[in-house]
Design a protein around this ligand. Structure first.
Ligand code: NAD
Ligand code: UDX
Length: 464
């Protein structure tokens, strides 16, 4: 098969950036150019200070520092990169549609289609086009029809190669993937992509399938993962009522090798750019085929997650004597999980929104999320004016400033550093009684109760 020497990736986001950085690092003979129409983002990827790249991921800046300028390039010259590459990854965003047919459910494929049309317009020689974005099953058909009707004699092979990395562990996930999945119908094209991954991934971890199985496997994987979180979160509510401890239950069931121990951590609700979007998309596809029971089954995973976020906020209000109006509530964490600066669909946003409806005053501390992002997340909801959001929400760079004279602390993200804080000092500085609502079951409940805190831990009931 053809040996690839130049790769272009369209989309320099949370997937395109880390994935291409690792390909460049592991395949020194391949020149990798990551392009994006967002000039500010490209400038940040090119920042001399490698700690200012736009994606925070443990280990990523080191990989970028090693490969950038050698065989890894970030650029806004999309046409040029398409023209020069033999293999083009499409890694643009595929958000939930906010308008028209399928609004709030279907994936918006306009960015994908724009890429296909641009490739069709620019390409002068044969290309392998790789779907790296998460796409509804049968998207490759649409890409094919756009690319195969250019009439300029260029041959395009289309592969599906979904990405399974999780944010916060992206580099480790890329270094040692459980599997790399490649779907396609051209054996030569498949082999060319297998050869790229074979630079560092053992052959037995590279799976090939037909293109539709590959596309659908990505939605299925995210649906199963999210379902586990909603399942344990559903039980967390029952644990609280019955004096059981969801972490003990998780340990007890997780030792069953058929169930397994991972992804059983109860939380204030899953967030991130993928789970909700991909399940909604799956539900929409099922509905399109008239599969009502299939659609309803998976939709329940989302409904449970909405309930979990809601009841966490409701519990804060009812515990604080049914009013949080004018009360200061300190948020520890805003990111949707630890070790990332990504806040998309973070539970913190929705918990904050509920509490702001009750006129709470929220002070946020997150180690990696900047102030502008927090305001942007709240403004995007359109629940209240930008001015009101800025009046009610303050963002601080020091956790101890956040908790000072607060009525309550709410833990929204499981950042390690929260465990190491001086909780004696925090107790001294808060109003009394001092409430802690631990939405991640992160803190030592008994220790904090010993200090004097009124503790609520997700999924942990009172024993008596
Ligand atoms: P992102 O929003 O971080 O990045 C996408 C980038 O594409 C943006 O910078 C945007 O400016 C750029 N873009 C959009 N249209 C473009 C165009 N026509 N030309 C050039 N650039 C364009 O998104 P992401 O989180 O990297 O996700 C990308 C895809 O990967 C999505 O389909 C997502 O579902 C999937 N995915 C994401 C993750 C994750 O953890 N974030 C994991 C697996 C798969
Ligand atoms: C997910 C998939 O794991 C990954 O394979 C896919 O490529 C993209 O979507 P990501 O969203 O980055 O990755 O992070 P993930 O670790 O899956 O966590 C998603 C959300 O679920 C987070 O909010 C996390 O806090 C929550 N979660 C996860 C739990 O509440 N409990 C768990 O046990 C696991």
């Amino acid at each position: 098969s053809k040996k690839i020497s130049k790769i272009c990736c369209i989309g320099a986001g949370y997937v395109g950036g880390p994935t291409m950085a690792v390909i460049a690092q592991k395949c020194p003979d391949i020149e990798v150019t990551v392009v994006d129409i967002n000039a500010q983002r490209i400038a940040a990827w090119n920042d001399k200070d490698v700690n200012k790249i736009p994606v925070y991921e443990p280990g990523l800046s080191e990989v970028v520092a090693e490969a950038r300028g050698k065989n890894l390039f970030f650029s806004t010259e999309v046409d040029k990169a398409i023209d020069e590459a033999e293999m083009i990854f499409i890694s643009v965003n595929t958000p939930t549609k906010t308008y028209g047919k399928g609004k709030g459910m279907a994936a918006d494929l306009k960015y994908i289609e724009l890429c296909a049309r641009q490739i069709a317009r620019v390409a002068k020689n044969d290309k392998i086009v790789v779907e790296k974005s998460t796409l509804p099953v049968r998207t490759a058909e649409a890409l094919k029809s756009i690319l195969h009707n250019t009439g300029n004699g260029v041959n395009f092979d289309i592969l599906s190669n979904p990405e399974f990395l999780a944010e916060g562990t992206a580099i480790q996930d890329l270094y040692k993937p459980d599997r790399v999945l490649i779907g396609g119908d051209s054996p030569e094209a498949i082999q060319a992509l297998v050869d790229v991954y074979a630079c560092w991934v053992p052959n037995e971890n590279i799976l090939t399938t037909n293109v539709w199985s590959s596309e659908l496997s990505k939605l299925t994987a995210n649906a199963f993962l999210a379902q586990r979180v909603s399942s344990i979160n559903a039980l967390s509510e029952l644990c609280e009522k019955t004096g059981a401890d969801v972490n003990e239950v998780a340990r007890a069931i997780g030792t069953d090798s058929r169930i397994g121990p991972k992804f059983l951590k109860a939380s204030v609700g899953f967030g991130g750019s993928c789970f909700q979007k991909d399940i909604l998309n799956l539900v929409y596809i099922a509905k399109t085929y008239g599969l009502t029971e299939v659609a309803d089954y998976w939709e329940q995973v989302i409904l449970m997650n909405d309930h979990q976020k809601r009841r966490f906020a409701d519990n804060i209000v009812s515990t604080l004597y049914n009013t949080v109006s004018g009360k200061k509530i300190a948020f520890l964490g805003w990111a949707f999980k630890k070790d990332t600066n990504d806040t998309r669909e973070s539970a913190a946003i929705y918990v904050a929104d509920h509490l702001l409806n009750e006129q709470a005053e929220i002070v946020v501390y997150d180690p990696k999320v900047p102030e502008e992002q927090i305001y942007a997340d709240l403004d995007y909801l359109n629940t209240r004016s930008e001015k009101e959001n800025r009046n009610l929400v303050t963002v601080v760079n020091d956790p101890y400033e956040a908790v000072n004279e607060a009525h309550a602390v709410a833990v929204l993200t499981e950042w390690d550093e929260f465990k190491a804080y001086d909780w004696q000092k925090i107790y001294r500085e808060m109003l009394k009684p001092s409430f802690v609502f631990d939405g991640r079951a992160l803190l030592d409940k008994e220790q904090l109760k010993g200090i004097g805190f009124e503790m609520y831990t997700i999924g942990v009931g009172e024993e008596q």
